[in-house]
Structures are given as structure tokens and as C-alpha cells.
Design a protein around this ligand. Sequence first.
Ligand code: MN
Length: 341
Amino acid sequence: MISENIQNLLENIKAAKNIVITAHKSPDGDSIGSSLGLFHFLKQFEADVTICHPDKAPPFLEWMPGFESVNDLESQEDKVIDLMSNADLIFCLDYNSSSRIGHLEKYLIKSEAKKVMIDHHRDPDMEFCDIVFSDITSCSTAQLIYEIIIASGYEKRINQEVATALYTGIVTDTGSFRFSSTLPKTHNIVAKLMETGFNHSLVHEQIYDANSLDRIKLTSFAMLEKLEILHNGMISYISLTQNELKRFNAGKGDTEGLVNMALGIQGVRMAVFLKESDGIIKMSFRSKGVIPVSDMASKHFQGGGHLNASGGKFVGNINNAIEKLVTILPNFVKENKALFE
Ligand SMILES: [Mn+2]
């Protein structure tokens, strides 16, 4: 897939005047890491390169080299619309469907630029991009970008900035190398990135040891007051209302990881997190082993994602969302009975 497309991609990069890098809504370490990794790489070519995301990145990524170059439609509307309309090459990173970029979608669809998808989510929509690099076995989009750079023959252009950004994408999307998507080649790639000499300990410290006191208190509250256990201790869920989030001044990214803590309980095989957000309920699903939470997300909650990590939503209030979840679960457990034993 990479080797088939690489020539076409390189020709487009070399011919481009204005390159725009987009990534999915609600940015995470991989969407920002892959955007900045590609940004620092492409800056070494002729074209002007900019990053246009649908919304603001969480503060825990602010330390990343080049972070100030990440524009977002939410807070820089005119600039982003202008950049999107002048683009002749647009990268679509870490999303498999144009519906994943919120209000940025209409500017992407309107644009006559060549579009390049680089992504690792299941069931990619092949229609909205001209060149597609989709590998659902890849642990992260950042890893795919590394492989694309290698295939392009420009390995020497992987400097510390590129490496730091791609490393951050890989670390965050693999849960620090623990998810089953982490392959031997992932470690080989990380070894190559580390050879550029960036401070990897500092990357971990900036990502994982920089919580606000409010965030720690929100986490404690969620665990103590809002954690529910079902099905003989095999399923856990946490729900948070808008008022509860407000009480702890929760900002972007502050509930990130709660679902993994709910999954981290001994005996729990599957965890769900529900969060009230702008009139809808956002849901995250996680599982151990090969329990396909992506099935539940896509069938019942207008979402999808990865086998062990998926997202979805429910339109309505949080109690109805919980009710629907609790009603569906017995059947889901029955369908995947062997996986819950
Ligand atoms: Mn990703």
C-alpha cells in the first residue's frame, strides 16, 4: 500500500504550493503528534505548510515543538477557512471519514485540493481522498507517517522535531507500548526515532506527570462516586454530567484516561465512559482481549474505531444513555460469551 502510492504522493508534495494538514476532532496525542511530525518533515520541502484542526488541542500537548503552528477552526475561523480554500494538497490524518472533522468537513469537501488520507481506523471511507494510506494493523498514524517517510527515501530529514512528534503519537496511541497493536516493528521504529537524540523521559513527564489539581480531584470523584460495576464484575462504567465536569473545572482532555482506569480493575473485561457534552452524550468503550467494543459502538451508538478502543454518542440525556447501555449489555455479553469467560 505504501510502495504503490509513494511516487504519486511525492510528486504531489513537490508540485504543491500550499499544503494543509488536518486531523480529527477532539485532538489526541496521535492526531497532534502525526500532524506536527508531518509538518516538520514537509517544511523541508518547497511548499508552505500549515496545520488546520477542527478544534483546540488539549493543554497536555502544549509543550510539543511547533505546537503554536496548530490552527483550529473553533478559535481561528477566518484564518482556517482561508488556508483551506488556498490549499492545493490536504492531508487527512488519523481519521477514516470526513464526518470525523466536525465543521471543518464542509471546507474539506469544498476544496479542490488533492487529498491524502493517512490513517489506521477500521472501515475507511475511500471516497473523499485521492491517495489513501490506510493500515488498520498500525498502532498509530504517527507510525504510518514514519513508514511513509522511510519509503520516500528522505530518512535523513527525520530530525529531533519530527522524531519527538512521531514518538508522542506512538506512545499515546499504544498506551505506552502496552496495547496489542504494538508490534516488534513499533519498537524498532521508536529505536530509530530515539537515535535522533531527543529527551524521551521528558516527553513522558510532560504527557503523564503534568495533571492539574482539578483533574486529579475529578478523577478521584469519578472513581469514588461514579464508578458502577455490572455482570459479575466484568463490566464497569463511569458517567459524568456537565454539572459534575463544571464543578472540577474540567477542560479538554481532563477525562482522557478515565475509561482506561475503569478497565484497569481486576476482573473487568470491558469498560465504558459516558460524558455529557453540548447536549449529547459522548461515549468511550475499552476492552481486554478481543472483545469487539467497536461492534457495540457502531451498532448502537453511531460510532466505531478500534477493536479494543472505540467511541460513540447518544442523543438524549445521560440517564437514557445509561439505560440503553445497560439494556444492550446482556445481549452483547451473550454474543461474545466465550470472550467474557
Ligand atoms: Mn490514532
